[in-house]
Design a protein around this ligand. Structure first.
Ligand SMILES: [Fe+2]
Length: 221
């Protein structure tokens, strides 16, 4: 009987807490997206990506996408939605800006000045099973990036069963728009490489392998 009374008391207390926090939460909480912090110094990825490119790419381009999305979503059903959900369910300007935030958040956090080499563990095995070898995978990934017309992204992605694929995403799209999980993405918008490589996109893509942080990418798998 004592246990029953205590349980009922707990239930009443929890319910009253829930309703008061719901009322409090409703007051002010409109989620704002923020510019991610880089996990390295702006010059740390040189000579593959210059300090100037990082500063423009992160500080100007990504910041603009963040500002745009924060201006676009108030009053829409995406006001408090997580980024992946916005990319999966939106279209138009909201999709473009949310997609670019997701793309760049994953992009900037997949590099390290100590990067390079090859993937390890399960991801390495899955790449070998899919493309025969890591070198062959890189060749196909580079070809997809070099062959993408205009602005966009090339991604290594996995489906719900862990099956890998290379996807070419136009403009601000991301594999989550097709129900896939993005693992590794190379940005082929000119803003990602023009200061350092001008029109030589294939050279830029080739150099990026030297800074890929396979531990970070492996965790996404
Ligand atoms: Fe970019």
């Amino acid at each position: 009987m004592l246990t029953l009374c205590l349980s009922l008391l707990l239930l009443v207390t929890n319910n009253s807490n829930n309703s008061s926090s719901q009322i409090t939460d409703k007051k002010e909480e409109i989620m704002k997206f923020e510019l991610i912090k880089l996990p390295y110094a702006a010059n740390a990825l040189e000579p593959v990506i210059s300090k100037a490119t990082i500063e423009f790419h992160h500080g100007k381009h990504l910041q603009a996408y963040v500002n745009n999305l924060n201006n676009l979503i108030p009053g829409t059903k995406f006001e408090n939605a997580p980024l992946e959900q916005i990319v999966a369910e939106s279209d138009g300007a909201i999709f473009n800006n949310a997609g670019q935030i997701l793309n760049h958040n994953l992009y900037f956090t997949q590099f390290s000045p100590k990067g390079g080499g090859e993937p390890k563990g399960k991801l390495a095995e899955a790449i070998k099973a899919t493309w025969g070898s890591f070198d062959n995978f890189k060749k196909e990934f580079n070809a997809a990036g070099a062959g993408l017309f205009g602005s966009g992204w090339v991604w290594l992605a996995k489906d719900k069963d862990g099956k890998l694929s290379i996807t070419k995403e136009p403009n601000g799209s991301n594999p989550v728009a097709h129900g896939l999980v993005p693992l590794l993405g190379f940005d082929v918008w000119e803003h990602a490489y023009y200061l350092d490589y001008q029109n030589r996109r294939p050279d830029h893509l080739n150099a990026l392998w030297n800074i890929v942080d396979w531990d970070a990418v492996g965790e996404r798998y």
